[in-house]
Design a protein around this ligand. Structure first.
Ligand code: CEZ
Length: 791
């Protein structure tokens, strides 16, 4: 059903219906394109806010990429109909809209593109897409080959629906002078000031062709007629598309090529599908891209772009799917987040800092710049804003207008990873000017942020939650100003302890002591107020009700407080084992660890919007991978390697076919959630959100590098302490670290009581390369105790 090829760099799905929503995504800095195997697509581009150029027939959400997007016949997509001129038989590639069962189907997903090869009645159609490195445009190739053993007369109809563009003004027309179907619109607006922003918009959607077609259609209704998309009248009832325009009617872009192919003969067509501003822009698109050389240039440029984000680790383990994911797809997803900032102009501060925590392992200079940029938007109070504005004129929108109180936590969390990876202590001394003109060193700014966390405590010593913390939709625990977050109190303790450690290292003992005391106070408060016997409660509402505790029928246990109590030192050994046991009992499923349980089945007004989400979806008890990744990180922190491995591997589908079809997820990205609620809704449990925007990627990559393979920066050196699952007899890795290459072989061996590390043949007592020299190549051998003898 689904396999990896080319050393894991190509993922292939062999069936168009078994995983109908399985998807991949492509991006550049200005365009995001999610494609599913059947050809449906969801895209957005930046101008500078996210905008659409292919629309659904009805209104669609534009705030962020939506989870589990359904598709329907008119869903945007990129298709090619094929008609046998003699028999009238019809099929379409990739699969929709005709949905005819193909004789062969292959969807190949690669880091830089996707390609479908579909065969029906001896006609093979290969459709592929790639992107330019830095321009909103899709470059499509359609190749048709006659493998039927006889001569064939065919019509090929690339069909790129454009959908309902605008209620103010929309139209479509074929422009022979531009070699394109040009669909024009005016982005709707009402406020006069919007016009001056919008007049630069790319309000056209164009389908440019390399070779001139025999016929075309720009009118959606005329194209479909009574036959609908499965057998459009324009194709089924006539020899030629009729060449109609759309005049304040829904436009479309359909072309027709009439081909006579001898047996074995083939033909190749190229197209560009893109938003455009005006004629000159359309002409420039043609000029730049529409040739074999233009496409080849784009391939090279995009490959170079991807190469900048190739990550710092190559591994070989007994699990080839995991290898493919960790070597290629995971760093790619981390890079996507860090380089595009999820294609928003005001990323949530916590997302921005965590995404760039991941970027520290991929392109540290970008991570550094992002951290400084975030700090330049710190409030004079020390608070961090809800979102970080990335471009001139950007505004805090949507969720960023809702006050959340956790943003400061992510500063030391970022710094820990970044400094371990780079050793760049100079960052702490860099000066950052804020909007008031105040210039402070990074260290002083983080001091202030930590002080802000300390200040935002109630009389019990717990953190106010306002309208949310890490959990976005937990908006009604504290909106009246009294409710507190147990998780945030624990996370603050962790952040303070991390920062205290960095203060120590920088010779700032007084600050270190102050923050360490603060952390202890947080932990003591949580231990006094929120320990529920077997786990920590999630918080206390405005009305003084503790929730996330055994007494709750729904939302009885939340994962995050347990994870962060382990990270931040609140839980002693006894509590830790009780918590781990409780998480096993209540939250662990075959698809990973759920974020809370049992899911809420109705609104709880003192918890908020999260309880209204569908049970088992998103924050309401899904296997929310971002939260599971915190848990993973915590498990590694306390040496729970086997449990950690199970948590980690459950984030990834396959290779088991049932697992793949149930999740519907290809192992080419980690989705933000898999459905939970396996007791309430067993039928849908495990199903992927198909949402590739997630803080999971950064944490997962960090855990693989620093914990599973145990190759973590420490001061001027590299600490080597792999935590392989006990059923792995061996594994290998190549780690790029501060300009050096470290080649690692890990093996279990009888008669070894504790881990032993040799560097270039010499035993190293503390498992550490003390001073890593750039340019050097190290050979590391790690011996682990054979299973059962682990010390
Ligand atoms: O967004 C994510 C946020 O981007 O949800 C996480 C949070 O930590 C991230 O910062 C957990 O709450 O509004 C909502 O209800 C949702 O919570 C979304 O905003 C959610 C989506 O999954 C978007 O990716």
């Amino acid at each position: 059903l689904c396999t990896f090829e080319d050393g894991g760099r190509r993922c292939v799905l062999q069936d168009p219906v078994a995983m109908p929503y399985a998807s991949t995504f492509l991006w550049n800095r200005r365009l995001l394109l999610q494609l599913n195997g059947r050809g449906y697509a969801t895209a957005q581009f930046m101008q500078p806010e996210p905008a659409k150029y292919a629309h659904a027939p009805a209104l669609e959400a534009k705030t962020f990429m939506q989870p589990e997007q359904p598709v329907y016949a008119h869903h945007p997509g990129r298709f090619c109909y094929v008609k046998d001129e003699e028999s009238g038989q019809l099929f379409s590639a990739p699969h929709a809209p005709v949905n005819r069962r193909p004789d062969a189907f292959r969807w190949e997903i690669e880091p830089g593109g996707a390609r479908w090869t579909v065969t029906c009645d001896g006609i093979e159609v290969a459709m592929s897409v790639q992107l330019p490195a830095d321009e909103p445009a899709e470059l499509w190739t359609v190749e048709v080959r006659n493998r039927s053993g006889r001569e064939r007369k065919l019509s090929l109809y690339p069909y790129f629906p454009v959908g309902y563009m605008s209620w103010m003004n929309q139209s479509g027309v074929y422009r022979p002078d531009l070699g394109a179907i040009v669909c024009s619109s005016v982005t709707p607006y009402q406020k006069v000031e919007d016009w001056f922003r919008q007049r630069e918009f790319l309000d056209r959607t164009v389908l440019l062709h390399g070779r001139a077609p025999d016929a075309w259609e720009a009118n959606q209704a005329a194209f479909e007629g009574e036959g609908g998309l499965h057998a459009p009248d324009a194709i089924a009832l006539s020899e030629r598309l009729a060449g109609r325009d759309a005049l304040y009617e829904t436009p479309t872009a359909a072309l027709q090529y009439r081909l006579a192919l001898d047996d074995g003969a083939s033909d190749t067509l190229r197209f560009v599908f893109a938003p455009a501003r005006d004629d000159a822009h359309v002409a420039a698109l043609r000029e730049r891209h529409l040739s074999q050389a233009g496409f080849a240039d784009a391939t090279t440029a995009y490959a170079a772009y991807l190469d900048e984000g190739r990550g710092c680790l190559e591994i070989e383990t007994p699990d080839p799917w995991f290898d493919a994911f960790a070597n290629c797809w995971l760093p790619r997803q981390v890079y996507y987040h860090g380089d595009s900032n999820r294609l928003t102009t005001d990323p949530q501060t916590r997302n921005y800092l965590q995404d760039h925590m991941g970027m520290a392992f991929v392109r540290p200079a970008t991570a550094r710049a992002a951290f400084l940029h975030a700090l330049s938007q710190q409030e004079p109070s020390g608070a961090m804003p809800d979102g970080i504005l990335l471009v001139e004129g950007a505004q805090l929108k949507y969720i960023n207008q809702v006050p959340h109180t956790d943003h400061c936590v992510w500063l030391p969390v970022f710094l820990e990873a970044y400094l371990d990876e780079t050793g760049d202590l100079a960052l702490l001394e860099a000066e950052v000017e804020d909007r008031t003109g105040a210039r402070l060193r990074v260290a002083e700014r983080v001091d202030r942020a930590m002080q802000w966390l300390l200040d935002q405590r109630d009389a019990r010593g717990l953190s106010w939650i306002a309208q949310g913390d890490w959990c976005d939709p937990m908006n009604m625990v504290g909106w009246k100003g009294r409710g507190v977050s147990g998780w945030l109190s624990l996370a603050s303790a962790h952040a303070l302890r991390l920062w205290a450690g960095m203060c120590d290292a920088g010779g700032r003992q007084a600050q270190a002591a102050r923050f360490r005391d603060g952390a202890e106070a947080f932990n003591a408060a949580v231990n006094a107020q929120l320990w529920d016997g077997d786990w920590y409660g999630r918080g206390i509402t405005d009305d003084g009700v503790t929730f996330g505790v055994r007494a709750d029928a729904e939302g009885r246990i939340y994962l995050n407080p347990q994870a962060w109590a382990m990270l931040g030192g609140a839980a002693d050994d006894a509590r830790r084992s009780r918590m781990i046991a409780a998480v096993e009992d209540e939250l662990v499923s075959p698809w990973g660890v759920a974020m809370l349980g049992p899911p809420y089945t109705g609104m709880r007004e003192d918890v908020g919007r999260l309880t209204q989400k569908f049970p088992g979806s998103a924050e309401n008890g899904a296997i929310y991978n971002h939260a599971a990744a915190f848990w993973l990180h915590a498990l590694y922190a306390v040496g729970e390697s086997d449990r950690a491995w199970r948590t980690l591997r459950a984030m990834l589908s396959g290779p088991d076919v049932d697992d793949c079809t149930r999740r519907g997820q290809l192992p080419v990205f980690v989705p933000n959630y898999y459905r939970g609620a396996w007791r309430l809704h067993p039928r849908t449990a495990g199903r992927s959100s198909q949402l590739f925007n997630t803080g999971t990627a950064a944490w997962l990559y960090r855990c693989v590098i620093e914990s599973l393979f145990g190759l973590r920066g420490e001061g001027a050196g590299l600490r080597i302490a792999p935590q392989l699952p006990s059923h792995w007899p061996r594994a290998r890795a190549v780690r790029r670290f501060r300009g050096a290459t470290v080649e690692v072989a890990i093996e279990r061996r009888d008669n070894v009581a504790t881990m032993q590390v040799e560097v270039d043949g010499e035993p190293v007592e503390d498992g550490r390369i003390a001073q890593v020299a750039p340019g050097r190549h190290y050979r590391v051998q790690v011996w682990l105790p054979a299973v059962g003898e682990a010390a």
